[in-house]
Design a protein around this ligand. Structure first.
Ligand code: SF4
Length: 76
């Protein structure tokens, strides 16, 4: 399991809760109902990437902390 850097752009988050539903060990909603990352290693890498992909606001970025490669969103 790679070490991931997972970030949420709270300005984009619309509090849909998809990420919390898919990876409750990683994401939670804060007092303002915005998603926050409380444990970036709280789920398997593919689950975290799937949660980022599921975000309707494209607010989640996932980076492989070791290689620096951005896993989501995919850079074109
Ligand atoms: S899936 Fe996206 S919009 Fe929904 S709560 Fe998570 S970060 Fe916010």
């Amino acid at each position: 399991m790679a070490k991931l850097t997972v970030t949420v752009n709270k300005g984009r988050c619309i509090a849909s809760g998809d990420c919390v539903e898919l990876a409750p060990g990683v994401f939670r909603l804060d007092a303002d109902e915005k998603s926050e990352v409380y444990n970036p290693s709280g789920a398997a890498d593919n689950v975290i990437v799937a949660a980022a992909r599921a975000c309707p606001a494209k607010a989640i970025t996932v980076i492989d902390a070791e290689s620096g490669a951005q896993l989501f969103p995919i850079k074109k």
